[in-house]
Every structure is written in C-alpha cells, then in structure tokens.
Ligand binder design. Structure first.
Ligand code: CMP
Length: 147
C-alpha cells in the first residue's frame, strides 16, 4: 500500500542549485509530494535527527554541516516509498554512486561520502520519527487518520 518517507535536500545540493532538478526527478518517478518546506536546522535538531550515528567519527561534522545552511525537506508518498526513494538516491557515497549507479540522484548531484545531496529514511520507524521531527507531530497524526 501507499507509504511515506522523509527526503532531505542537503546543503551541498542546495548551494549548487540542484533543488529544482532533484524535485523534477522525484515527480518523474511517481512520488506525490505531501508536504515540503525549506528550513535551517538547529544544531540540536540535527543532533536529534542523526542520533543513531551519535558516537561515530563523522557525527559532529555531519550535524555541524547539516545545521550550517538551509535544507529542503519533503514528505514523499508512493507505493513502497522508503525503498523506492533509496533506490532513486543511489549509494550513500556519491563517488561510488557515479561508478555503479550513474543516473542516481547522489551520482548526479552529490559531492562525496559525507556531502551526498540527499537523505532518505531507512525504515518506516525512522520515517515516522523523522517526519514528526521536521514537520511536527501533526503531520504524523494526519497520516494515522488517513490509514
Ligand atoms: P544519510 O543518508 O543522511 O545518513 C547519514 C549520513 O551520514 C549520510 O547520509 C552521510 O551524509 C553521512 N555519512 C555516512 N557515512 C559517512 C562516513 N563514513 N563519513 C562521513 N559521513 C558519512
């Protein structure tokens, strides 16, 4: 059935002006954009968003970077939305993506293994948590009611 995931366009892709091209790809691939918003994350919110990576060597750089400049957040809806969006993004490392999935979003619009253009939720539990964190609890309530 239809499900929802959270997509973020990260600061590298925003600064390189790739937002509109990424949104075109999202629409071409059959996703419905349920909500969208440009925002600047606080360091605190970025740390909560990535809490599963707390303790990893890249955690501080990642959360500093994600709160350093505007990002663009989208709630995407589609059949099997989480896996479908991850397939469209391609591998985490944009350099690897260019070798293996040259038409993927991270291959086309990302930089390297940390600045990789976009984020996608990795499970339904993560998607629900991330959507609530970015768009507020109301957006998850709305989803529960429409199930
Ligand atoms: P994302 O899908 O948003 O989830 C975690 C993020 O951490 C990832 O994309 C990258 O931006 C970053 N990341 C993952 N692995 C590494 C790594 N080995 N070194 C630096 N950054 C990483």
């Amino acid at each position: 059935s239809l499900s929802r995931t959270l997509a973020l366009i990260k600061p590298d892709a925003m600064k390189a002006n790739h937002k509109d091209e990424i949104i075109s790809k999202i629409k071409e691939n059959g996703f419905t954009i349920v909500q969208e918003q440009q925002l600047l994350l606080s360091k605190e919110k970025a740390s909560m968003f990535y809490k599963e990576h707390d303790g990893k060597p890249f955690y501080q750089d990642l959360t500093n970077w994600m709160s350093s400049a505007p990002i663009y957040a989208l709630i995407l809806e589609k059949q099997d939305a989480i896996q479908s969006w991850r397939d469209l993004m391609g591998p985490t490392d944009s350099n690897k993506a260019r070798d293996t999935e040259p038409n993927s979003i991270r291959a086309l619009f990302g930089t390297d293994g940390s600045q990789n253009a976009t984020h996608g939720s990795d499970s339904q539990t993560s998607a629900d948590r991330e959507i609530a964190l970015i768009f507020g609890e109301e957006s998850s309530v709305e989803k529960e009611e429409s199930r």
